[in-house]
Design a protein around this ligand. Sequence first.
Ligand code: ATP
Ligand code: MG
Length: 602
Amino acid sequence: MTRIQLLPRKTINQIAAGEVIERPASVVKELVENALDAGATQIDIIVDEGGKSRIIVQDNGHGMSADEMKLSIERHATSKLSADEQGNWDLLNISTMGFRGEALPSIGSVSRMQIKSQYISGEAWELRVEGGRISDLQPCPPFGDSGTRIKISDLFFAVPARLKFLKTDRAENMAISDTLKRLAMARPDVGFSLVSSGRKSFTYFAHSGKDAGLQRMGEVLGKNFAENAMVLDHIRDEVRIFGFAGLPTYHQSSSRHQYMFVNSRPVRDKLLHGAVRGAYRDFLARDRHPVLALFVELDPHQVDVNVHPAKSEVRFRDPGLVRGLIVGALRHGLAGAGHRASTSIADYALGKMKAPQFAPDRSTIAANGAKAFPQQSDFAENPAGTDFSTLAARHEYAPGEIQDESPALELPLGAARAQVHETYILAQTTDGIVIVDQHAAHERLVYEKMKQQLAEGKVPAQNLLIPEIVEMEEAAAERLLSRTDELAALGLVIEAFGAGAIAIRATPALLGQMNAAQLVRDLAEDLLQFDAAHSLSERLEDVCSTMACHGSVRAGRRLGAEEMNALLRQMEATPHSGQCNHGRPTYVELKLADIERLFGRR
Ligand SMILES: Nc1ncnc2c1ncn2[C@@H]1O[C@H](COP(=O)(O)OP(=O)(O)OP(=O)(O)O)[C@@H](O)[C@H]1O
Ligand SMILES: [Mg+2]
């Protein structure tokens, strides 16, 4: 049997490094956090070869005296914890980024580390640690005001096995940049710069004042995000949730751009991500993710950060409260933003719009289906081509039907002017035009209405005069019949009609005239994808999008003026109608100013 022995210091530190220093980005994180704890207002970072060959972090914090510097590389030595009069060390009252006293000795045990620090008194010292071997402290020439400059060369040279786990320089650079961005978002009052392999990656200036946070967001996530985000700020039970949450129309394919902070510490927390997913569930398809930066501030005693050596996970005393607050704050913001679609979509549309290559004549406009104009065929049937009064009578909707003084112009979605391609409604507002995707809008309306009717009890059904018999595969009929009660609660009343057939007795009233047979067939198809354990109301968005596909306002159906205006008014009255169930916008607005820009009038 092997005898128990105490491990040498170097080995102990390398074991700790295994947990805390996973890759170059972890070194950057630890050094920058130390700089923040030292009260720095400017932190400059230089890395080479993805941080593998060199990392330099320089700060203008308070620096270290000679004695502090010697202690800083000792394990379990920290200036960030203190004991009360009874000698108790409170691990639940942490207001600094660091507190474990192990980052520097860990880094020093696996790399070549040089620390230069100038204390506020003016003295400056230098210390080197190579693979855990500590050299003597040397005085060095002062390098300006107080501050610390730490250089790490040849990371992991002392533990070559680790090198094999490193990714390409590009991937390591991205991880470094991501780490820094998170820290920079948490501290808009501090300036940051990153130079990577001699190239400037970014420079963020220190900001002050109440817009500091938003300014930093703009620097880090781009101006586009700042313009497409809602500002949140909620306090309940001494927990504050604030930050910036992207509109649902500003979605991404991964949750990589969800930044969470607890008491200014960047964290990756399942609870917080789950809360965000829950809040956006109704607005985004499952594979799309919002962009946001959320800050949780609470009494340090309400949260334990001593959970993981890298301190990226936290444990809340009252997780339910924090989750509820986040979901509440986001939902509240989303309800307010229901009528705001992403501005970048209007920008995108503007970018796509080009002056036509040829001058369109009337027939091209007609062929493109602009219904407000008399169509080519009307002229053919009516060779004189002048009798607009009879044309107008034959059209469901004719030019001039809505007068310029229409009160609807003042409403957010304006007055319907035309339907084009039997898919889009063109409406005029006081200062622009609105283009509505009638199908997407209707899908959202059906969903919101059904949710509301379900909450009130039951979705009203409209009985069919004669039940409609639909034949289908026996298995499909079985699938539908096993959900008879659930479907009835959604306003679709079906019953068995012999083997391989179903009788439809009633359809949801809110869908209006519809192709019930096709709806039932499509629902049978949907059920194939649904987990038997899930109720239909849990999959309501899918059910509703199938239903809306067969409702009266689907794409490709002509709408009369009244129907169009009714749809616009319904959208205005319905929360969240700015985007469809899958996060696509239901309408875009072009301001007159934008249109004027298109034509070079501005
Ligand atoms: N940039 C710096 N400026 C001033 N003092 C520093 C700096 N970096 C480290 N120190 C001092 O060295 C000590 C040790 O740093 P180290 O990062 O190893 O531990 P820590 O920050 O206390 O805890 P943790 O291991 O959780 O980061 C710190 O407590 C601090 O007093
Ligand atoms: Mg530290």
